[in-house]
Design a protein around this ligand. Structure first.
Ligand code: NAP
Length: 260
């Protein structure tokens, strides 16, 4: 299937590592120009160097998206440099453990700034360019939005709101032909996931327990499998898909527990 992504400009927040990096690599493989937006400069430069050896064109913007002004600059800078924007992938986030008992209202709000507010800011600032290209938005949520996790109120509130905003923006942007969808991962081995596993006394044991409960093939979802869904959703092949929540999780959230 030709995704017809050649020459398209795709902004990927949190694009230097993990799922974002897989989306960036996938964009390059399809001939698109991804712009990596990340606060991890070293990882961003490493990825860009890797992709350059394959003669792929990429942009790299180092920014902390918790700063609303930075979001405006990221979008403005991209359009100024590349002249267009065809897709926004809101992906940056961190499961930061601000719970009901251990948190404070201030920490909760800060978690929303890390995980939610920049999704809005990026979409808001990208709107003009997306209208010009009749582009699309993909928001990365999390299974925790529908299952809960415990001990992470800020992150889960953000991920739930992201699902709500996906429907809201899909409705609002119908007149402009801008499609908005969400991809919902569950268990994907990335630096963020490694970090979360590390909070358990026996990370390896915890990992084995989780993997045993993933219905399809008893394995983690690969970052490339999340990326494949994102690439499809931003492509013209998904031209009649909007307002959807796509679970790429080996059946983890929806299949009968008796199957595990
Ligand atoms: P990751 O391995 O930590 O990679 C994300 C990248 O985004 C990191 O380089 C991170 O930098 C950067 N980043 C985070 N917040 C940022 C900010 N405010 N400004 C700029 N850069 C920022 O994470 P991942 O596992 O690939 O997760 C990607 C997305 O998938 C997240 O939204 C996450 O909630 C979601 N998700 C992941 C899983 C999973 O199993 N991995 C499951 C469900 C949902 P730092 O390293 O400095 O933080």
């Amino acid at each position: 299937m030709d995704l017809r992504l050649k020459g398209k400009v795709v902004l990927v927040t949190g694009g230097a590592k993990g799922i974002g990096a897989a989306i960036v690599r996938g964009c390059c493989a399809e001939g698109a120009t991804p712009v990596i937006v990340d606060r991890d400069e070293q990882a961003g430069e490493q990825l860009q160097a890797e992709l350059r050896t394959n003669r792929a064109e990429t942009g790299l913007i180092i920014a902390d998206l918790s700063d609303a002004e930075a979001c405006a600059e990221v979008v403005g800078g991209t359009i100024q440099k590349l002249g267009r924007l065809d897709a926004l992938v809101n992906n940056a986030g961190v499961n930061d453990g601000v719970g009901l008992e251990n948190g404070t209202t201030e920490k909760f709000v800060a978690s929303l700034e890390r995980n939610l507010v920049h999704y809005y800011a990026m979409a808001h600032h990208a709107l003009g360019a997306l209208k010009n290209s009749r582009g699309s938005i993909v928001n990365i949520s999390s299974k925790t939005a529908v299952t809960g996790q415990g001990g992470t109120s800020g992150y889960v509130a953000a991920k739930g709101a992201i699902l709500g905003l996906t429907r809201e923006w899909a409705a609002e942007l119908l007149p402009f032909g801008i499609r908005v969808n969400a991809v919902v991962p569950a268990e994907v081995m990335t630096p963020l996931y490694q970090q979360w596993l590390g909070t358990f006394p026996d990370p390896q044991q915890k990992l084995m327990e989780i993997v045993a409960k993933i219905p399809l093939e008893k394995r983690m979802t690969k970052a490339e499998e999340i990326a494949a869904m994102v690439l499809f959703l931003i492509s013209e092949q998904a031209h009649h898909i909007t307002g959807q929540h796509l679970f790429v999780d080996g059946g983890y959230v929806h299949l009968d527990r008796a199957l595990t």
